[in-house]
Design a protein around this ligand. Structure first.
Ligand SMILES: [Zn+2]
Length: 143
């Protein structure tokens, strides 16, 4: 390989690393932003494109730690959080794990959050510019 060619390769490699780091840093910024209460809907929907599922889980967890409902569009404070880890539904004869559900103020917020989480793209953050941006949808109230 000529020196010129290896130089070029090296530059490409550096550019790829820089791009990857920038995308990860940006996702981290979004996690911090979405930990706040009072996030406007359009902003929320536009930011989902720049995060991955682990970032979304971090947002829910961080909000929970701050006693804020895990769904980023809800500003309710978490109160009367059940202490038990499981609940038994007698009619369905089933045991439910409450670990995730406890991070939300209501059944709606839990479902709406799961609905969004399922739409968060799984592809690497730094390769998103090669993809077409999907449109994200919120779960309608009363479902
Ligand atoms: Zn809520």
């Amino acid at each position: 390989m000529t020196t010129e060619k290896s130089d070029q390769l090296r530059q490409q490699l550096i550019a790829a690393v820089v791009k990857k780091r920038a995308a990860i840093a940006r996702a981290q910024e979004i996690v911090v932003r979405l930990m706040e209460p009072g996030i406007p809907e359009p902003e929320f929907l536009s930011l989902l494109w720049e995060i991955g599922p682990p970032n979304y889980s971090d947002i829910v967890d961080e909000r929970d730690i701050n006693k804020l409902c895990g769904y980023p569009l809800c500003s309710n404070v978490l109160e009367n959080i059940p202490k038990q880890k499981y609940t038994i539904c007698a009619s369905k004869n089933k045991v439910y794990d409450l670990t995730e559900r406890k991070k939300f103020c209501s059944g709606y917020c839990f479902k709406a959050s799961e609905y969004i989480k399922a739409q968060v793209p799984t592809s690497p953050l730094w390769l998103r510019d090669r993809e077409t941006r999907p449109s994200f949808h919120l779960l309608a109230r009363g479902t």
